[in-house]
Write a new protein. Structure first.
Length: 52
C-alpha cells in the first residue's frame, strides 16, 4: 500500500492513501495524531502513517 510513495509524503499523498479529505487530515496533523513537520507545507514521514 505504501510502496509507491517516497519516505516523506505530501498532504496529497496522505489524503489519497488514507482516503480522507483535507479538513480531516489537517485535524489529525494539528492534534499530533500523525507526526509531521512544516516546510513549504506539511511533510509526513511514511513511518508516521504505519504507526497510526
Amino acid at each position: 500500500m505504501f510502496t509507491q510513495y517516497d519516505d516523506i509524503m505530501t498532504v496529497e499523498d496522505v489524503m489519497e492513501t488514507l482516503n480522507i479529505g483535507l479538513s480531516k487530515l489537517y485535524e489529525l496533523l494539528k492534534s499530533g495524531q500523525i507526526k509531521s513537520w512544516k516546510m513549504k507545507g506539511y511533510r509526513i514521514p511514511k513511518e508516521a502513517l504505519k504507526l497510526s
